[in-house]
Design a protein around this ligand. Structure first.
Ligand SMILES: Cc1cc2nc3c(=O)[nH]c(=O)nc-3n(C[C@H](O)[C@H](O)[C@H](O)COP(=O)(O)OP(=O)(O)OC[C@H]3O[C@@H](n4cnc5c(N)ncnc54)[C@H](O)[C@@H]3O)c2cc1C
Length: 433
């Protein structure tokens, strides 16, 4: 098994181009994108999207058999590290969540008609989508408890339920809804996915839930998290996405690569916060010295560098396992990076914010926005605790209780065994005495 930390020169050239492009063309938009509104932002990024397409870097996330470029997760990860530096960059590159994950499901499980109607325009950037699974009254961390039901009625399905935190639900052209189709099946086979075009009768988008990221009530904004009632929504068989009962399996397929991309994007954010922290240390003078000369600050800088490096190597390793051994083999590695990466992002941003004092807390710097973003990372795509639990269970599966309850490393027991095994040597030592 070879280990290689190099990036091939041709791809490195693409990464270098992306780095320059994102910094020079996309970072400046950040200062005005809320003033531009959704339409204004679309107009602003349209020419950038053309440049990305011309460079062959548009919507690169799909594997070749599904119409993508076969980048593999390691390369995609390196790209997402650059895209993560700006919340707008994924839009310019055609792989913003949740559209990127939804296009993967459509590519994997869609019928030819569904691909024509939804996937191709989604990949072209002409449509927006949302993924509607989490419910206010059941635990999202245990989706086997989903309450939303889809019941057969003749040739149709009738969907009833309430969802929330459906990201981009209020601006989506279609929703992918997870609903229980067979409550008596094994937990992993109870749910199915349905595609609902926006405006389907019975779909009522109540609000975009105000959050730490958008504390004010807004409706129809990019990145809003919608609360939606599905009230007797009637759809035909053509709405079913994938096989009946395959909902959870498809969701897992969607989440694996998505978590790698999230973690690499978080590293892009963390790196930007880290750069701000280091810059601040070089000019702020307090209590007789620069902040850079204080040991606490040096510790923060060194700890942050070490943690980001660890998270980066762990994430690229998970991507490499996925590329070389498949998604199933990478499951524990992905669970590890999901909670570890979210923690590193949080801690680095927190230290950078702290080092800027009231400036860090103010909206004069992007650190407070990064902090709110970082807090959510510990919850979505599975809260930290669930990933820790899954990692610990996997690890513990390789352990057995010791014979007779005596720990394997119990020294008195080992000493006794060693005395018997090495009795001849011990006797010789005693005789020499
Ligand atoms: C910014 C953002 C965007 C989102 N986008 C979407 C989206 O597009 N579509 C969608 O369907 N959902 C989305 N979600 C919802 C998200 O997936 C859920 O919030 C998440 O799965 C957790 O579910 P829950 O909120 O119901 O929390 P719960 O399941 O109620 O869990 C609450 C807490 O209980 C604890 N807990 C749970 N299980 C365990 C355990 N086994 N051991 C120890 N502690 C445990 C954890 O601390 C956890 O945070 C989004 C959420 C956020 C914050």
């Amino acid at each position: 098994m070879s280990w290689d930390f190099c990036t091939d020169p041709a791809f490195q050239e693409q990464l270098d181009w992306m780095n320059g492009f994102v910094r020079s063309e996309i970072w400046p938009l950040e200062a005005v994108w809320h003033d531009l509104g959704l339409e204004g932002l679309r107009r602003a990024i349209a020419p950038l999207q053309e440049e990305v397409k011309a460079r062959g870097l548009w919507a690169t996330h799909l594997p070749p058999e599904l119409g993508g470029q076969g980048m593999g997760q390691v390369r995609l990860g390196l790209m997402h590290e650059i895209l993560g530096t700006s919340p707008i960059a994924p839009l310019a590159f055609g792989n913003a969540a949740p559209d990127s994950g939804n296009s993967e499901i459509l590519a994997l499980a869609g019928t030819p008609e569904q691909k024509d109607r939804w996937l191709h325009p989604l990949l072209a950037g002409d449509l927006r989508s949302a993924f509607s699974m989490t419910e206010p009254h059941t635990p999202g961390s245990d989706p086997t408890q989903l309450a939303t039901r889809a019941v057969r009625d003749g040739e149709d399905w009738v969907i009833d339920g309430r969802k929330w935190f459906t990201s981009n639900g209020s601006i989506a052209d279609f929703l992918i809804v997870m609903a229980v189709t067979n409550p008596d099946a094994r937990p992993s086979q109870r749910a199915s996915m349905f595609i609902l075009p926006a405006g389907t009768p019975g779909v009522e988008i109540l609000r975009d839930v105000p959050t730490m990221e958008h504390p004010w009530e807004q409706y129809g904004g990019y990145g809003g998290h919608s609360e939606i009632v599905y009230d007797g929504v009637r759809v035909g068989q053509e709405a079913l996405l994938g096989a009946e009962g395959a909902g959870f399996m498809l969701a897992q397929e969607r989440l694996g690569p998505g978590r790698i991309h999230h973690c690499m994007r978080w590293l892009g954010v963390a790196r930007r916060a880290f750069d701000m922290m280091c810059e601040r240390a070089t000019y702020r003078h307090a209590h007789g010295s620069l902040l850079a000369d204080k040991q606490t600050v040096q510790n923060w800088i060194a700890d942050s560098a070490a943690e980001m490096q660890a998270a980066r190597l762990m994430t690229l390793h998970a991507a490499w396992v996925m590329d070389t051994q498949g998604a199933r083999a990478a499951r524990t590695d992905i669970a590890l990076i999901k909670f570890y990466g979210a923690r590193v992002l949080h801690d680095v941003v927190d230290r950078a914010l702290q080092l800027h004092g009231s400036l860090g807390y103010s909206t004069d710097l992007p650190l407070e926005q990064m902090y709110r973003f970082a807090r959510a990372a510990r919850i979505y795509d599975g809260p930290d605790e669930v990933h820790r639990q899954s990692v610990a269970r996997h690890i513990l599966g390789a352990y057995q209780p010791p014979a007779d309850g005596v720990p394997s490393e119990h020294l008195p027991t080992r000493r006794q065994e060693a005395r018997e095994r090495f009795a001849h040597l011990l006797e010789a030592v005693t005789a020499d005495d």
